[in-house]
Design a protein around this ligand. Structure first.
Ligand SMILES: N[C@@H](CCC(=O)N[C@@H](CS)C(=O)NCC(=O)O)C(=O)O
Length: 230
């Protein structure tokens, strides 16, 4: 269940008052925000919400996010849920380094890639959905469902990015799309055992994420609520 007093911090230099991030170690949506916070050099308090034990349904947490999902961010009295809204808020409040390229086409590709992950893939692999399929049908159907969603999304992303990727998704600077892609690829590989061979562009940019400190710090196994053996 929720433990509002259990706090850990990460990130680098402090700016303004301390932000609070409601997170779960294995949540790909919270993972996106963890990368953004560290990229922007923002220190934050990590408040774990245990999704397996039902912390998202705790009335105290539902006051923070009535959708019963992580992440949520509290910036003083300002409370925002939904990773996209949080990341845009942070980018507007802390513009350096910027997450959106000036080039309008590249910017649109960033929105498109982020949207494929946030509305075309993640909702299909979300805990509530896969639990439902497993309970109502069986484990094989759950696995097939998730594989289908990830394969469809990754095929589209590979085609979208093959001609514009550099070190990262849309060039040699980290941009919005990378914050969505890194957690999604990480989960596909480590949680859902997806074969990445058909996606050489995604595989190449994932290697760059693994070399970048802000991405390294945000991975599930480094979070304070991660189990000691995964
Ligand atoms: N669009 C939302 C989706 C949030 C979401 O689905 N979060 C998942 C973890 S990645 C969750 O909290 N699931 C809880 C549940 O399924 O009960 C966002 O991007 O923040």
């Amino acid at each position: 269940m929720l433990d509002f007093d259990q706090a850990d911090s990460s990130g680098s230099e402090t700016k303004d008052r301390k932000l609070k991030l409601y997170s779960y170690w294995r949540s790909s949506c919270a993972h996106r925000v963890r990368i953004a916070l560290t990229l922007k050099g923002l220190e934050y308090e990590y408040i774990p919400v245990n999704l397996i034990k039902g912390g998202q349904f705790d009335p105290d947490f539902k006051e923070i996010n009535p959708m019963g999902t992580v992440p949520a961010l509290a910036d003083g009295d300002v409370v925002i849920s939904d990773s996209f809204a949080i990341i845009m808020y942070l980018d507007e409040k802390y513009p350096e380094p910027p997450l959106l390229p000036r080039d309008l086409h590249k910017r649109a590709v960033n929105y498109q890639a982020s949207s494929i992950v946030l509305s075309g893939i993640q909702p299909h692999q979300n805990l509530a959905v896969i639990r439902y399929i497993e309970e109502k049908i069986n484990t094989e159907e759950k696995t097939a469902w998730v594989n289908n969603a990830i394969t469809k999304g990754f095929t589209a992303l590979e085609k979208l990015l093959v001609n514009c990727a550099g070190k990262y998704a849309t060039g040699d600077e980290v941009c919005l799309a990378d914050l969505f892609l890194a957690p999604q690829i990480n989960g596909a590989i480590n949680r859902f055992q997806i074969n990445m061979e058909p996606y050489p562009t995604l595989t190449k940019i994932y290697e760059s994420y693994n070399d970048h400190p802000a991405f390294q710090n945000a991975v599930p196994e480094k979070q304070p609520d991660a189990p000691s053996t995964i």
